[in-house]
Design a protein around this ligand. Structure first.
Ligand SMILES: *Cc1c(COP(=O)(O)O)cnc(C)c1O
Length: 364
């Protein structure tokens, strides 16, 4: 018998996550200079990391021989103060992706179910599969989460409902009224998880932290990977009511958030200037993409995040042809959107280069 026969079947069945194509790999394969490659494939911050975070991380390197503070005391304290919750409500994660996994550890097993929208962030499905749970996909007309339909889909087996807000890869947002109505219908055996990775880019963000303060069955996920520009560090957090947070703390590894990341995240929290510049650059880039896609009669989904989903005919072809010209975007076949690509907002120069290369590829 092959070794797979002895492995956990859920793992064998898994289709692995496909990340944005790395710059170094692209350069190697195509014989290009990494400096000439533009990556608009992973919703990263085109302005780089927070400068305050860089300074703090250099200092933290000097004591890299010491294990991190496993309780992430300083970072959790700063987060608790910022959001007006208790320190016990703050759970650090190795990226906010780890919070998804911790939730699954705590609440999923074969027979249990996780609900998400049809075009939701793909990691929810991967995690449900990994834990042998049922993954329930609810249609999202016009690429917007339908929270009423998601509440209708709840059964006695449901444990987790994931609401990415704004969602990736669609860039759409559900508003406060829909959220409040959904929360009114949430039964006691279900946890609502608001994945708010792009929160900083919003001008009119719904308030979900209030549910944590009210002690509801809610987890709010945030990350330092996007607006703060710390994607390589792998640091994010969940805000959860105390009983849920206590379970998540039990499920995590003692040193899941490393010391360099903790130092960087703490400093980035004070770097309002970097976030302001990032958001201003993003607003400009979003407006440009929306306008330019419109001029070309390309169908796109109006986004409030830092990327745009656009229909280009054959997403795989456009991805690989653009790649040859040194512009990396993301094909969307994995999201059952084979005709679309997702393009992250870059610097003004990167956005222009992306549009030029896209035009060239679409003209072929
Ligand atoms: C980028 C992203 C995250 C962030 O993941 P990290 O693990 O914190 O880097 C989480 N959720 C969604 C929907 C995202 O797009």
């Amino acid at each position: 018998m092959s070794i797979e026969g002895f492995a956990n079947q859920f793992v064998c069945d898994l289709v692995a996550y496909e990340p944005g194509k790395p710059i170094e790999e692209t350069a190697r394969e195509l014989g290009l200079d990494p400096a000439d490659i533009v990556k608009l494939a992973s919703n990263e911050n085109p302005l780089g990391p927070s400068p305050l975070a860089k300074t703090a991380m250099r200092e933290a390197l000097e004591v890299a021989h010491i294990y991190p503070d496993g309780g992430a005391w300083k970072l959790r304290k700063a987060i608790a103060e910022k959001y007006g919750v208790g320190m016990e409500n703050v759970v650090p994660g190795n990226g906010s992706n780890e919070i998804i996994e911790l939730l699954c550890h705590c609440f999923l097993k074969p027979g249990a179910a996780l609900i998400a929208a049809e075009h939701a962030f793909v990691v929810y499905k991967l995690m449900a599969t990994l834990f042998g749970a049922d993954y329930i996909e609810v249609p999202d007309p016009d690429f917007v989460h339908d929270l009423d339909a998601m509440a209708d889909a709840i059964t006695p087996e449901t444990r987790l409902v994931f609401i990415a807000n704004p969602n990736n890869p669609t860039g759409t947002l559900v508003g406060q009224d829909e959220i409040d109505r959904f929360m009114d219908r949430l039964p006691d055996h279900v946890i609502a998880v608001f994945d708010e990775a792009y929160h900083e880019f919003l001008t009119d963000a719904p308030d979900t932290v209030k549910f944590v303060k009210e002690g509801r069955n809610v987890v709010v996920m945030r990350t330092f990977s996007k607006a703060q520009g710390l994607a390589a560090l792998r640091i994010g957090f969940g805000l959860a009511s105390s009983p849920i947070a206590a379970l998540l703390h039990k499920a995590r590894q003692p040193f899941n958030a490393n010391a360099i990341a903790q130092a960087g995240a703490l400093a980035a929290m004070a770097d309002d200037d970097h976030v302001r510049k990032t958001v201003a650059n993003n607003n400009e880039g979003l407006a440009l993409f929306h306008e330019e896609f419109g001029k070309r009669n390309l169908r796109y989904v109006t986004s409030v995040a830092n990327f745009v989903l656009v229909e280009v005919g054959d997403g795989d072809r456009v991805f690989s042809e653009m790649l040859k010209s040194g512009v990396i975007v993301r094909a969307m076949r994995g999201y059952k959107l084979p005709g679309w690509v997702r393009i992250s907002v870059g610097t003004p120069a990167e956005n222009r280069r992306c549009l030029e290369v896209l035009d060239k590829v679409l003209a072929d």
